[in-house]
Design a protein around this ligand. Structure first.
Ligand code: AP5
Length: 226
């Protein structure tokens, strides 16, 4: 069985976290979401968290060297030997180059990069209504995916809050950062024939179905390449 090394790419609020949670259950692979890793570090008050907080609150990307090491050590771990799902990394061309170098060093490579796309207006609507569980980061939306009890996470009963970077002016800045620094990765990975485009504007179940079909094709291609 070939390993499955996947990247979820896309603008803030396109549904990477929503779909990543489902993929993690379906594929039983470790799921590394850099936003979740950084928010946990902020909560725990580690050096990584103290460095990252001011960038995150402004909606800026944290410096490449801060995040690259955190991902490299996870990819190199025993639990990721059969594959992994990355969400929110890489986000710049230097991060993508660092990831390629690390995988190369381990004699591995990416299986596919899944671009979940949505336009800026849709992102503003989604992030404006997002509620996030303080315990484990499960996400809900006041209109599109409301919790059964207002303010309470359906999964683990944690409190649902508005993320500090989900204020309208910060969302706009995060979108600017995405267009300037992350969007060039679309061409970067398309050029390597790794990119697969998923319409993130569809309903969550339809996005999940399209992802599932795309993964089946990727697995077939990986099998044939052995
Ligand atoms: P991060 O946490 O990664 O934020 P993001 O990429 O901006 O992504 P989001 O979590 O906002 O959105 P999502 O695509 O996961 O959407 P979701 O599923 O929640 O990063 C935060 C910060 O950390 C960055 O700004 C940066 O500072 C730093 N950082 C992280 N990684 C970094 C890196 N590699 N380098 C440097 N800095 C880094 O969905 C959004 C909402 O829409 C939810 O309410 C959901 O219920 C709803 N929804 C989802 N899908 C649908 C649908 N199909 N239809 C209707 N509603 C939907």
């Amino acid at each position: 069985m070939p390993e499955l090394n996947l990247v979820l790419l896309g603008p803030p609020g396109s549904g990477k976290g929503t779909q990543g949670e489902r993929l993690q259950e379906d594929l039983r692979l470790p799921y590394y979401a850099t936003g979740d890793i950084l928010r946990a570090a902020v909560r725990e008050g580690t050096e990584l968290g103290r460095t990252a907080k001011e960038y995150m609150d402004r909606g800026d990307l944290v410096p490449d060297e801060v995040i690259v090491g955190a991902i490299a050590e996870r990819i190199d771990s025993e639990e990721a030997a059969d594959g992994f799902i990355l969400d929110g990394f890489p986000r710049t061309v230097p991060q993508a180059e660092a990831l390629a170098a690390k995988l190369d060093e381990l004699g591995r490579g990416l299986t596919g990069v899944l671009l979940i796309d949505a336009d800026d207006d849709e992102v503003m609507r989604r992030l404006g209504g997002r509620r996030t569980c303080v315990e484990n980061g499960h996400v809900f939306h006041v209109d599109f995916n409301p919790p059964e009890r207002e303010g309470v996470c359906d999964v683990d009963g944690g409190e649902l809050v508005v993320r500090d970077d989900d204020k309208p002016e910060v969302i706009r800045h995060r979108l600017d950062q995405y267009h300037a620094k992350t969007e060039p990765l679309i061409e970067f990975y398309d050029h390597q024939s790794l990119l697969r485009r998923i319409d993130g504007a569809a309903a969550p179940d339809e996005v999940a179905d399209e992802l599932s079909r795309t993964l089946s094709t990727l697995k077939l291609e990986a099998d044939e390449a052995i």
